[in-house]
Design a protein around this ligand. Structure first.
Ligand SMILES: Cc1cc2nc3c(=O)[nH]c(=O)nc-3n(C[C@H](O)[C@H](O)[C@H](O)COP(=O)(O)OP(=O)(O)OC[C@H]3O[C@@H](n4cnc5c(N)ncnc54)[C@H](O)[C@@H]3O)c2cc1C
Length: 385
């Protein structure tokens, strides 16, 4: 079977879905192919930064996020068990002077419902892209659905198919980077603290602990581990939390437990011919700092803006795509550096008195205001820090 779509999107994670919505709002027909039959409830991101809420506001969907999420207005910093400062987001530029906490599956559900309301035929789930070939003016995309194979011609293919992107591989775009040595254990528990909507960051001599509120009176705990814990159990995390900060989770109910390592990869360029990358297919950064998905939405917004121009310039959209590529790549490299600093601070070997003095200083006003802006992704690709 041979079809045609002006723009095709590979992958319906948070980035591909948002891109589809923005294209449809701009009057560009698109077809999104997603391998999974339904949204995965596997726990990943929770942090939605103000830069993304501003995009959602423009798209007309911010209210749905704010109704469901928890507004984190400050993060409290501890050195071992002692409170040493805080980062308040209240002085960050409005109207969204907070970080919103919402599980990734809820985020994807909101965006998918919005896309469905714009054009229900634009998403086909249960379809796996297996091959692509491009000429100077089109890309032919082969995908499977059940036992059937189809080929579709498109003017532009946007790979939003995550870190193992088949689109990136077939386009021959190198993906350079490495795993970091850091490993973590993460779990969601019923609320057992008095932090309310605040986040808590413990820079501890035995390794970082982070604690974030979740909707529904839950709280996520993340702890640095010496090595990857295979087959993690709730007790592993509970013991770490109790030993390091003296907080007991024994009466809290566990809803999720996982362990993970972290990596950094960046695409050599974000396009090749008529194939373009956005989101984790173009960059993977450490989730410590919670920026990967937000960075992907910034890609998607920039991509949606250049696509209508690129379609109009059929013979050669490469100048536009080059501009997109170099700007977004610079932002991703900057975000990766910032998360590296977060991870560095969370390592037990960096818990000496000099680091403690520096953390004490930056979590006090006026430096904490700058820190709040850095943490909420302001100045990416523009500021020196
Ligand atoms: C533990 C953890 C915590 C995190 N916390 C945060 C956070 O707080 N804030 C934040 O901003 N980021 C966070 N992240 C990162 C965030 O989860 C990712 O950056 C985000 O999911 C990337 O979105 P994406 O749409 O680019 O890719 P993905 O979410 O990977 O989606 C890609 C989609 O493409 C589909 N696909 C793949 N191959 C094909 C194919 N061949 N054909 C069709 N479909 C295909 C997949 O099924 C998938 O649905 C976290 C990550 C982890 C692991």
């Amino acid at each position: 079977m041979e079809n045609h779509a002006d723009v095709m999107i590979a992958g319906g994670g948070p980035v591909g879905l948002y891109l589809a919505g923005r294209l449809l709002q701009n009057g560009i027909s698109c077809l999104l192919l997603e391998e999974k039959k339904e949204i995965s409830h596997h726990s990943k991101s929770l942090g939605i930064h103000p830069v993304s809420l501003e995009l959602f506001f423009q798209a007309g969907i911010a209210d749905a996020f704010i109704e469901q999420g928890v507004k984190i207005k400050k993060g409290i910093a501890f050195w071992n068990r002692n409170r040493i400062g805080e980062i308040s987001f209240s002085r960050c530029p409005g109207p969204f002077s907070f970080v919103l906490s919402l599980p990734q599956w809820q985020t994807e559900t909101i965006i998918e419902n919005w896309v469905q309301s714009l054009n229900p035929a634009s998403i086909i789930r249960g379809t796996k892209i297996t091959n692509l070939n491009q000429t100077a003016d089109s890309v032919s995309v082969t995908y499977t659905q059940g036992n059937h194979e189809y080929t579709v011609q498109t003017g532009l293919l946007i790979g939003c198919d995550g870190k193992n992107s088949i689109v990136r591989k077939h386009a021959g775009i190198p993906f350079m980077g490495n795993p970091y040595p850091d490993t973590y254990i993460m779990g969601d528990y019923t609320e057992s603290t008095a932090f309310g909507p605040d986040a808590a960051i413990y820079l501890h001599q035995d390794g970082l602990i982070e604690s974030f509120p979740l909707p529904g009176n839950f709280r996520r705990w993340v702890a640095k581990t010496d090595s990857l814990i295979e087959n993690p159990q709730p007790e592993h995390l509970q013991n770490i939390i109790e030993q390091r900060i003296g907080h007991s989770l024994s009466s809290a109910q566990n809803a999720m437990i996982s362990s993970f390592g972290v990596q950094h990869y960046l695409a050599d360029r974000y396009y090749a011919g008529r194939v373009v990358l956005a989101g984790d297919s173009a960059h993977v950064i450490s989730p410590i700092g919670g920026q990967g998905m937000n960075l992907g939405w910034l890609d998607a917004e920039a991509c949606a803006q250049i696509i209508s121009d690129a379609i109009a310039q059929k013979p050669d959209p490469s100048a536009l795509l080059e501009k997109y590529s170099s700007k977004q790549k610079k932002m991703a490299a900057h975000a990766a550096k910032r998360t590296e600093l977060n991870m560095w601070l969370g390592r037990k070997e960096n818990s000496g008195p000099l680091v403690k003095a520096a953390v004490h200083l930056i979590t006090k006003k006026p430096l904490s205001h700058l820190l709040a802006r850095i943490f909420t992704m302001r100045g990416l690709g523009r500021w020196w820090v």
